[in-house]
Design a protein around this ligand. Structure first.
Ligand code: 8IG
Length: 299
């Protein structure tokens, strides 16, 4: 792994020895090390979360996009929740259908999962550093894996609204990156083959596709949708490529899952409406949230 800022746990133990007894005075852990724009803020956010939740270490981070919000209901047990407003750097972008809280869940295996009800979007006039904050905060809580979900448009007419698709790879058409300077992060297995194999064990009918991120917030023109398909894309969206770059930069293993909520513009004759997209997400929610909960438990 060539990441400059791989997660390292440094445990600072201050030991005072008095005679034969050793007294543990403090035990602090820092999971996201290094000096990079945004890292200090992510460390602050993780510290606040650890404090408010009373949990020093999370194992898996999950980011819920359009249509995935009910995943929380399919997971147990809830350790606690914190609103975005209480966490440094998470002002929230206020899009209808997006949940502005973070929930900590304890899996039956004892592992702790930190679930973000939504993300910061590039289209919400936030820069790539602000977008990367959720993923960096997840790394700073000690997690080694992040599950990134989104709602998206389908480029293949056979991808009916309501179909979940594993992201096998992505194309970043935003023209930007959360990286700064000479940070040559390897993106070869950015969408981990290992995690996709686990997801397919849970649900063998899952298909895979290449996710193309546009900057948004406008949906694509039919010509742009056709370009994305020509480039080898299967899905069009506005979030997960930038998140994945930020995640690989901090050494997180990434599983990306899209929910097709609409056909890409021009794939059918229907115009795109945000309300239809939300309705399709809600219709699929019980099914896909149960699936995602099962996959998270299998990771
Ligand atoms: I939900 O058709 C959703 N998000 N770029 N295009 C893009 N993003 C989306 C779409 C879509 N549907």
């Amino acid at each position: 792994m060539h990441n400059h800022y791989a997660i390292r746990a440094c445990i600072a133990l201050v030991l005072f020895c008095s005679g034969a007894t050793v007294v543990l005075v403090s035990d602090t852990q820092e999971f996201l090390t290094g000096d990079h724009p945004g890292f200090d803020l992510a460390r602050q956010a993780a510290e606040i979360l650890a404090d408010k939740l009373g949990i020093a270490h999370h194992d898996i981070g999950v980011v819920l996009g359009s249509g995935w919000a009910h995943t929380i209901d399919a997971l147990s047990d809830i350790n606690g929740e914190v609103s975005f407003a209480e966490v440094p750097g998470l002002a929230g972008d206020g899009v209808a259908g997006h949940v502005q809280k973070i929930t900590s869940v304890r899996l039956p295996t004892g592992r702790n999962v930190l679930v973000f009800g939504s993300r910061t979007h590039f289209y919400a006039n936030r820069d790539a550093q602000a977008v990367a904050h959720v993923v960096r905060t997840i790394a700073a809580t000690g997690a080694s894996t992040v599950v990134l979900t989104n709602g998206c448009g389908g480029l293949n007419p056979n991808l009916q609204p309501g179909t979940p698709v594993l992201i096998s790879d992505h194309i970043n058409l935003t023209g930007t990156t959360p990286l700064a300077g000479p940070e040559f992060v390897d993106m070869t297995d950015a969408h981990a083959t290992r995690l996709r194999a686990i997801a397919k064990q849970v649900e063998p009918s899952l298909t895979e596709g290449v996710y193309v991120q546009f900057a948004g917030p406008q949906y694509e023109t039919p010509a742009e949708v056709s370009m994305a398909a020509t480039l080898g894309g299967d899905l069009v969206g506005m979030s997960t490529a930038l998140d994945t770059i930020a995640a690989r930069h901090v050494g997180l293993e990434v599983l990306g899952m899209s929910l097709v909520t609409n056909a890409g513009a021009g794939v059918t004759d229907a115009p795109l409406a945000h309300s239809d997209v939300i309705a399709a997400g809600e219709a699929a929610a019980p099914r896909v949230s149960k699936l995602l909960a099962n996959i998270i438990q299998a990771i």
